[in-house]
Design a protein around this ligand. Structure first.
Ligand code: G4P
Length: 525
């Protein structure tokens, strides 16, 4: 296979705290990539908020966010696959899974707020996987914190070296642009430019050019010269190896709303972000240049099209040249799957995937046979591990309002669990269903889906349990534990045994009693 095909691909995600500007930046990246003609097309923040506060519209909200869960665009001869990470913390489990499918990430930080809770959580996931991160400090057009303080915070809290590539000149109303340290150029921000179009203003001068002082003002020029000296003295120079290993982050300052800094970010994704990497399967490492197609399912989404009850499994291709109509082996079941209608996702539309390569995300219409973590190959018995399920942080009992519909409820819950929408557990005693989620919003979404998609209205009841642990040990030990604690043990949708936890004391006591059994907080698919 020509090396160009996969080296010219960048599969990445944006990580940020809600409101830092992820949506705006996404939109501007698509604008520069020519994937959308004007900004405002991805989704309106207000629309999103309105939907969030109105449960009848959860469906609609999902429609909006789903349409943009993968966005593919071209820029300077390179294919960019931008994977959306749902911003709301209630959806964090989905976000973690998305991060298993990317090769790098862009971390967006609000200049006035620094590193916020959700950014930190997502960063930790990136760190676990050594995902290289480019930092974009956004909203420089507003009053923000001192740039050195922001860099210090990144270094201290994230234990990451920082290498500023651009440096802001002024801040808030007096922000005029950035000095490009790498290229020794001034990038001037034009506030009057039409923010919804691709126009970007870039005038090039040298730092010592007398015209600079005239352009940005004596004071700002003096400050900039001092700052640049300090940056050189205090910060690491950019080191590509350290970035690729996840020890150093190049930093850009910008204003997504003014399209400022977006082009530099895109250029750096092109020049320094890694192409598709090798993926570790349980038996061996799979390289992108291998000829045979391999991939894994990292996300399953229902209702991509609200008019039809369809389900799409998202597959990250790890190697090979994928072609429409290909026959792939579904390793878990050993069955063959002919992919007649694989989909590629562009910014606003989908198209049939005639060809795809390592790094690409292919959507496969799914009728329940594909699950998160499944591997597809041309026949080799491979399994890509490492896609986590997390122990729930909230647990409730769920019942069909109409007892005649109990059976329907079971199949609905199992299907939703397979998609990773919630954890479901069937208790040993009484065969009751418990639903476990990470954030309370998921209960509402689940109820809404079971009602609208399966026609089963449900009610929730509180339980005495706070979380659950997957049990791992010899079958004899696990059985003994399940027999001794029949009232607080259950099975998940894959029939894996779990222990339902009341509180820490309860958990510790049983752990002491069964030291050979492991109580797992995460389950890897
Ligand atoms: P998110 O996806 O990370 O949650 O953030 P989003 O892009 O929706 O941005 C959150 C708010 O911050 C939006 O304002 C957006 O317009 C604003 N914003 C984003 N980038 C910049 C920037 O570079 N400078 C400034 N000044 N503001 C920025 P909003 O009022 O909440 O929504 P909207 O009504 O403007 O859409």
């Amino acid at each position: 296979m020509s090396e160009d095909v996969f080296t010219k691909r960048r599969t990445f995600a944006i990580i940020s705290h809600p409101d830092a500007g992820k949506t705006t930046l996404t939109e501007k990246l698509l604008l520069f990539g020519g994937a959308i003609a004007t900004a405002g097309a991805v989704k309106s923040k207000r629309e999103q908020r309105a939907a969030r506060s109105d449960w009848m519209k959860v469906e609609q909200e999902r429609g909006i966010s789903v349409a943009s869960s993968v966005m593919t665009f071209e820029y300077n001869g390179c294919t960019f696959n931008l994977l959306d990470t749902p911003g709301h913390e209630d959806f964090s489990e989905d976000t973690y899974r998305v991060l298993t499918a990317v090769d790098s990430a862009v971390m967006v930080i609000d200049a006035a707020k620094g590193i916020e809770a959700q950014t930190y959580k997502l960063f930790e996931v990136c760190r676990l996987r050594d995902i290289p991160i480019i930092t974009f400090i956004n909203k420089m057009d507003r009053d923000g914190r001192d740039p050195f303080a922001l860099l210090q915070e990144i270094e201290d809290r994230l234990a990451l070296d920082v290498a500023p590539i651009t440096w802001p000149i002024g801040s808030g109303r007096s922000f005029v642009g950035c000095w490009d340290i790498a290229q020794s150029r001034l990038r001037f921000m034009d506030r009057s430019a039409d923010k919804s179009t691709r126009a970007d203003s870039q005038d090039f001068y040298d730092l010592q050019d007398p015209k600079m002082a005239a352009l940005i003002g004596e004071g700002a020029h003096k400050q900039l010269c001092e700052d640049v000296e300090m940056v050189k003295a205090l910060c690491q120079p950019f080191d590509k190896t350290a970035y690729l290993e996840g020890h150093l982050t190049p930093v850009f300052f910008g204003s997504a709303i003014y399209n400022f800094g977006v082009k530099e970010l895109l250029d750096s994704l092109l020049s320094i972000a890694p192409p598709p990497r090798a993926f570790q399967a349980l038996t061996r490492s799979v390289k992108p240049e291998e000829d045979a197609v391999t991939g894994f399912i990292f996300k399953i989404q229902a209702n991509m099209d609200p008019k039809h009850r369809d389900r799409i499994a998202f597959m990250r291709l790890c190697s090979g040249h994928f072609k429409r109509g290909m026959k792939l082996c579904h390793v878990r079941s050993g069955k063959q799957l002919i992919l007649h209608n694989p989909t590629l996702f562009l910014a606003q539309e989908r198209e049939l995937a005639e060809d795809a390569f390592a790094g690409d995300i292919v959507g496969i219409p799914n009728h329940g046979n594909l699950r998160i973590g499944d591997t597809l190959t041309e026949g080799e018995k491979l399994a890509f591990g490492g896609i986590p399920s997390f122990a729930p942080e909230l647990l409730q009992k769920v019942r069909a309002t109409d007892p005649m519909k109990a059976k329907h409820l079971s199949s609905a819950l199992l299907e939703i669990a397979e998609e990773g929408g919630a954890s479901v557990f069937k208790t040993q005693m009484g065969s009751e269903w418990l639903v476990g989620v990470i954030g309370a919003l998921q209960f509402q979404i689940l109820a809404d889906r079971v009602r609208t998609e399966y026609n089963v209205p449900v009610t929730f009841e509180s339980t005495i349990y706070t979380t659950a642990r997957w049990l791992d040990g010899s079958p004899a030990d696990v059985k003994k534990l399940m027999d001794s604690y029949a009232a607080c043990t259950a099975y998940d949708y894959e029939n894996m045994p779990v222990f339902l936890v009341r509180n820490d004391w309860h958990l510790n006591k049983v752990q002491e009693e069964f030291p050979s059994v492991r109580f797992l907080k995460t389950k890897e698919h």
